[in-house]
Ligand binder design. Structure first.
Ligand code: DON
Length: 351
């Protein structure tokens, strides 16, 4: 367990952030102002420690098992992290354990596509940006919704995103996807070969979706190539710390705080966050928005990343999932932290 905050860029930027918070929030009289204006590094560290301690004994949910290897990951693993826009990170629990990124990768590839096409219009037109109200792997959505792929955060739309990545070969497509995820993390991320083999050899559902999309002319490259690259994307290994930095890059307006590299234009970050808010939890997005109020993305590997625009990212990981495919403990930890800080984007939640 790591309890000391890691100061990547020193405390001066943290202090500046806190001071800005004080100026912006002073006098508003809300719980939000009271809570965030008083924050300091020790309190943020205490908060991640508390979140970890509070939910570590929760046993609800089950590991994903439709990807056989995910069922073998120790269910007790649990990591929690907050990363600030300057890269300062506060952690508790198993934050260095590497797990499969799965669907938490999807907004970052959507960001790559937005960059390559000069903004979100191409995503809206060629994929769609509506929530489906259906599970992440829904075949029904592809049939009944006119956009077919529907949005870049469900499997269909995420495969459409991969197919839109401008590349002249499968290798190049994969390299662009992997390099982009690594750039968001500010670290070289590995492909977890065992996860890839386990997932690709059981990808009957996603293969059906890819072929169906292609049939509807809503997939823009060879379906089997797209399926392979998409499955590799989902099999990239991340730690809870990596996820926090990926989120902090969005909280920081699109610039990775570790490397200083811009990955998405600042003006397009809100558009990406809007898609994360409405579709990041699939058919659980409404409840999540109501109770946590943060643009987020989940993955069946057990990771969740949430973004507080301009202020921080909160990431958590634990393998047991609820019926929507979202980590039970990670949801509780993030909701708790967001609630304690009062940083839901619509204001502090009443409950
Ligand atoms: O395509 C799949 O089913 C997985 N690679 C990803 C699904 C996922 O992570 C859903 N999220 N909670």
């Amino acid at each position: 367990m790591k309890h000391e905050p890691t100061r990547l860029w020193g405390v001066s930027l943290l202090s500046a952030w806190l001071a800005i918070g004080c100026v912006l929030l002073a006098g508003s009289g809300s719980a939000y102002a009271r809570d965030t204006a008083m924050l300091n590094a020790l309190q943020l560290q205490q908060l991640v420690d508390d979140a970890h301690a509070k939910f570590k004994d929760v046993k609800e949910g089950k590991n994903a098992n439709y990807i056989p290897i995910l069922d073998t990951i120790p269910s007790e693993l649990f990591g929690v992290a907050i990363a600030l826009p300057d890269g300062t990170i506060f952690t508790a629990g198993d934050v260095d354990y590497r797990f499969a990124i799965e669907s938490t990768s999807k907004p970052f590839t959507a960001a790559l596509v937005m960059q390559q096409y000069g903004g979100p219009a191409a995503v809206a037109e060629k994929i769609g940006v509506e929530p489906t109200g259906l599970p992440f792997n829904s075949k029904l959505a592809v049939e009944v919704l006119e956009a077919r792929s529907v949005n870049p955060l469900v499997n269909a739309g995420a495969m459409a995103s991969v197919s839109m990545v401008k590349a002249s070969s499968e290798d190049e497509r994969w390299k662009m996807v992997l390099d982009n995820l690594s750039d968001f993390a500010g670290d070289k991320l590995p492909l977890m070969e065992e996860v890839y083999n386990s997932e690709y050899t059981t990808s009957f559902g996603n293969r059906g979706i890819a072929n169906n999309l292609y049939n509807y002319e809503r997939l823009y490259a060879d379906p089997e190539e797209v399926l392979r690259v998409y499955t590799k994307q989902c099999s990239v290994g991340v730690t809870t710390k990596d996820l926090a930095i990926m989120g902090a890059t969005l909280a920081n307006g699109g610039v990775n705080p570790k490397t200083g590299k811009r990955l998405i234009d600042q003006k397009h970050v809100p558009e990406l966050l809007a898609i994360m808010l409405t579709a990041g939890f699939y058919d659980g997005s409404g409840y999540w928005s109501m109770t946590a109020g943060l643009p987020s993305k989940t993955g069946v590997g057990g990771g969740i990343v949430s973004v507080v625009p301009g202020k921080m990212a909160i990431a958590a990981f634990s393998p047991r999932l609820d019926e929507h495919g979202n980590s039970v403990r990670a949801q509780r930890a993030i909701r708790y932290i967001a609630g304690e800080l009062g940083v839901g984007i619509f204001g502090p939640n009443a409950d």
